[in-house]
Design a protein around this ligand. Structure first.
Ligand SMILES: O=C(O)c1cccc(C(=O)CC[C@H]2O[C@@H](n3cnc4c(=O)[nH]cnc43)[C@H](O)[C@@H]2O)c1
Length: 243
């Protein structure tokens, strides 16, 4: 089964329209839908916004359902130096924890550089970023040649002004900002599952001007991209995703 997860239902409305033979189940306070899209067994769930919500919901899902991969889709903000515009697609090749650490006057010190005594069993927690190389990401790259591939940055506080947006872009080398991806990457690493994160651009980071925002456009772009990936899902993918 493929687990498709997004923060909010607006980010899965088109996918749910394509579901065949669907049924609903309750998971905690959330309703999930299970069925097939283009003959692939899928489960569609929503986490709510933010890293804690994503970690909680994804962990619950992976404890209950046998997943072969996790597909995270939603909207995201584009960093100023990327070529991404609203409605365009981005694929994550890595997920970077953008604000996990200490912000000082002229510096940011990542959690992994702080002298906090570490529990070796929790090594995963201190990674600055997760690389996401998998046959699945390669499949997405080939299926969606128009999409820009690169590092995504996950934040708790969005970049609502140009200075923060520039600083985060420079520190991370990122192309796209969001609020859930790094948490999903960490959970997937723990469960040894491939993660594909696909985002449609809804806004440029660094601006709160509503005229520059188009969340439905970003959400639709991500879903159209994901449908394309499911439509061309190669049988061989199944073996490579499990290995
Ligand atoms: O009101 C604001 O200034 C504001 C700034 C950034 C994001 C929001 C949201 O409500 C979006 C939350 C939702 O969408 C994803 N998302 C979309 N654009 C961005 C962004 O520029 N930075 C971070 N997250 C973004 C995010 O994954 C959430 O699920 C409002």
């Amino acid at each position: 089964m493929l687990i498709i997860i997004a923060a909010v239902p607006l980010e899965t409305n088109l996918l749910r329209q394509e579901l065949k033979d669907s049924r609903t189940e309750q998971l905690g306070s959330c309703c999930i839908e299970i069925g097939t899209i283009y003959d692939q067994d899928v489960l569609i769930a929503h986490s709510g916004v933010g890293q804690t919500a994503m970690s909680l919901q994804l962990t619950r899902l992976l404890e209950r359902y046998p997943a072969k991969a996790v597909l995270l889709c939603g909207c995201g903000g584009s960093y100023p130096d990327s070529t991404l515009r609203n409605g365009e697609l981005a694929i994550a090749t890595a997920e970077f924890f953008g604000d996990l650490g200490v912000s000082c006057e002229e510096d940011f010190i990542h959690l992994s550089e702080l002298e906090i005594p570490q529990n070796p069993e929790l090594e995963l927690i201190v990674q600055r970023s997760y690389l996401l190389p998998s046959p699945l990401v390669e499949h997405a790259r080939k299926t969606l040649p128009q999409a820009l591939c690169g590092t995504f940055v996950t934040v708790n506080s969005c970049s609502g002004c140009a200075a923060l947006s520039n600083e985060l872009q420079q520190r991370s080398g990122g192309i796209c900002e969001n609020m859930e991806g790094a948490a999903a990457a960490q959970v997937c690493a723990e469960y040894n599952l491939p993660l594909l994160e696909l985002r449609g651009i809804s806004n440029p980071t660094g601006s709160r001007d509503p005229q520059q925002w188009n969340i439905p456009l970003g959400a639709e772009a991500a879903q159209q991209g994901l449908l394309e990936i499911l439509r061309h899902w190669p049988e061989k993918q199944e073996e490579s995703c499990n290995s």
